[in-house]
Ligand binder design. Sequence first.
Ligand code: ADP
Ligand code: MG
Ligand code: MG
Length: 248
Amino acid sequence: MLKIDDLHATVADKPILKGLTLALNPGEIHAIMGPNGAGKSTLAYTLGGRPGYEVTGGTATLDGADLLDMEPHERAAAGLFLGFQYPVEIPGVSNLQFLRESLNSQKRARGEKELNGGEFIRLAKEKAALLGLDMEMLKRPVNVGFSGGEKKRAEMVQMGILDPKLAILDETDSGLDIDALKVVGAGINAIMRKSDKAVLLITHYQRLLDYVKPDFVHVLAGGRIVKSGGAELALELEREGYAEVVAA
Ligand code: ADP
Ligand code: MG
Ligand code: MG
């Protein structure tokens, strides 16, 4: 589904990704772990097409289509969802307006029928219930005054509504208490643990992986994948630290 081959990228002319290779098949959940500054967020932003992240070599395809050649909104319409460590606030736009416009613009881009008001509200209620988020929260402006946990739940509601093929979640666990972590983990499983979807979970700590069990774990260091393994690798990293495991 996602195939990244020898990807090189720079930020502010500084090389950050230096030959990163990774492949995700449908039905798989992969975790990427690594020390601070390793390039984890850079990978997510580069795949999302964020301005300022310049690809200087290599390829990335989603179901065979060249991701790097698409505009960010085209990547989203093609089925890519990015969840960010620091969700943005959008004063003056309610979550429901934002979500409905996001969904319908993707549907337009794919030539699918848009949802009308009633259909959209039913979908939003279903996904909000799944994530334990009150519908009243979704009537408020996007993320404004939301706690860390509420922002993440709202982001997972967004993921549920957009129903992507591939989700890349960058430190979705940061700032979550255990209750929120459980809800968010269960949400990821319910929405994305499917035979035709894949997830790339970027995380600094292994605790989210107690709730969302990865099929593969990769260590990103110095802009490349330096080690891959199963779920046990995350525990080993937690126990022994990156330096120890990467050197071994
Ligand atoms: P991680 O998410 O693994 O902690 P990042 O991808 O955020 O790492 O950062 C990788 C490297 O890129 C770091 O050295 C960081 O300082 C640098 N970097 C990230 N964003 C920028 C930026 N906007 N301008 C300059 N350097 C950046
Ligand atoms: Mg970081
Ligand atoms: Mg980061």
